[in-house]
Design a protein around this ligand. Structure first.
Ligand code: ZN
Length: 453
């Protein structure tokens, strides 16, 4: 069996790994590149293998950097099935059409502003392409083994990162070899997600390294959030939380309502302004067996949150000047409704903007967290006077200690570990830590490298 790294090396986005034997090709994850322009440009390059020659896709989870290229893959000739968990399927029904919508909007914007090299800029894919891709999905339960193509057996185990997230275990029957793709790995002690299940057996392991060079602060997120909110409210300001629609929005709402109920912050209106996050919250409630919150806890959160659905409601919310909390996507402030709030709230020192997770290099979130004095939104520069925070403790990824702890729990003895899904330095530090701690043969693969496993 061969493994080729078609993406997700030297960067946290664009996860794509191709497994093949002499008869079949299985693609594990089909992510879009995000962040700096040189990476985003890769989305437009011809896919490195002809999509019509790929027999099946296996998805670890729904985040766009793992699933977002699927509509384009189908558009360019992929005919097979896409295998994932039930939760991933449900979330992709929200995320992929939204990604198509954003692509269409970008193309229209490029046309209007005439900054495309093409006379008629085309979207990478459309909403319609996304729905077309969704017809290829076939969900399975965790721990259920299935054969996407003859000879390859696949099983998903919970990865604790977001709803439906999984490690993908692939076993090649004839070769008697197994390879496990970690996907994105969650926290050991997340307030709402269960910890990732240890991997018990793998000849080869492909492991993420988003936080390969970092530890999350020890601070308790509830205390930190309570302090920021109280301070902001005492100045008469608004707390804006750019949040990933899937995963962190639900955690934030839970934490905010918990500290409000405990009297640690004043009673304030809480708005969730992202149609996608609203749908994701509904899916979260539906799959309540997969996380730590009970159905009644989900209901309480829902009943205390004001859901902002329409564009008109969103515009109205932007004119609010009294203290409140606004949770809005996207999490790295790279698009979505949060941009309008940022334009209104950033120039005023009374307000606070709280980021809640990894900010990919090149994104607005990354620049704001780095402390820029002004930031470009919709073609104009906006001064940054508001208080900016990045709460690493709210991340959906384990830090390097948590990753090592998780690897240790499995009593694994892999022959080889490939470290992926990290910035260059983070992956390299993770490589060293794994090989020092366990003595395993560990490597950071190059883009397009192919290895025999
Ligand atoms: Zn993810």
């Amino acid at each position: 069996m061969k493994l080729r790294f078609l993406g997700g090396t030297g960067t946290v986005t664009g996860s794509r790994y191709l497994l093949s034997d002499d008869k079949h090709r299985v693609l594990v994850d089909c992510g879009m590149y995000q962040g700096v322009k040189t990476l985003r440009r890769r989305n437009w390059a011809k896919f490195p293998v002809d999509p019509s020659t790929i027999d099946a896709v296996v998805l670890t989870h729904a985040h766009i950097d793992h699933s977002g290229y699927l509509p384009a893959l189908v558009k360019h000739g992929f005919k097979g099935k896409v295998y994932c968990t039930q939760g991933t399927h449900d979330l992709c029904k929200v995320l992929l059409p939204d990604a198509g919508y954003l692509q269409e909007e970008d193309a229209k914007y490029a046309f209007r502003k005439k900054f495309s090299r093409h006379e008629n800029p085309e979207p990478l894919f459309t909403v319609k392409d996304a729905w077309e891709a969704l017809k290829h999905f076939e969900p399975f339960h965790y721990h259920e083994t299935f054969e996407p193509v003859k000879g390859f057996e696949v099983t998903f185990t919970p990865a604790g990162h977001i709803l439906g997230s999984a490690c993908a275990h692939v076993h090649h029957k004839a070769h008697g070899r197994s390879v496990v793709f970690s996907g994105d790995v969650g926290r050991q002690n997340d307030p709402i997600m269960r910890p990732p299940e240890p991997i018990k057996k793998a000849d080869v392991l492909v492991c993420e390294s988003t936080y390969g060079d970092r530890l999350h602060e020890e601070t308790d997120p509830e205390t930190e959030l309570a302090e920021i909110i109280t301070r902001t409210v005492s100045r008469g300001g608004i707390v804006l939380i750019p949040s990933f629609a899937v995963g962190r929005a639900q955690l934030l709402l839970y934490l905010i309502h918990k500290i409000m109920r405990e009297g640690r912050i004043p009673k304030l209106p809480v708005f969730l302004n992202s149609p996608m996050a609203i749908k994701a919250t509904e899916i979260f409630s539906k799959h309540h067996k997969e996380h730590k919150l009970s159905a009644s806890q989900c209901e309480v959160i829902d009943s205390h949150t004001e859901f902002v659905r329409t564009v008109d409601e969103s515009i109205k919310l932007d004119s609010v000047r009294y203290p409140c909390i606004i949770v809005s996507a996207s999490g790295m402030a790279s698009g979505g409704r949060v941009l309008h709030h940022l334009k209104t709230l950033l120039p005023n020192y009374r307000n606070s903007v709280v980021f809640a997770g990894f900010q990919a290099p090149g994104t607005r979130g990354d620049r704001l967290v780095a402390g820029v004095e002004s930031v470009k939104i919709h073609g104009e520069y906006w001064p940054v006077k508001a208080e900016i925070h990045n709460m690493g403790s709210l991340s959906a990824h384990g830090d390097y200690n948590e990753l090592l702890q998780w690897l240790e729990q499995g009593a694994l003895e892999p022959e080889k570990v490939y470290v992926t899904h990290g910035e260059m330095l983070a992956s390299d530090i993770m490589r060293k830590r794994i090989s020092e701690k366990f003595g395993w043969d560990t490597e950071v693969p190059d883009l397009f490298e192919e290895v025999e496993i």
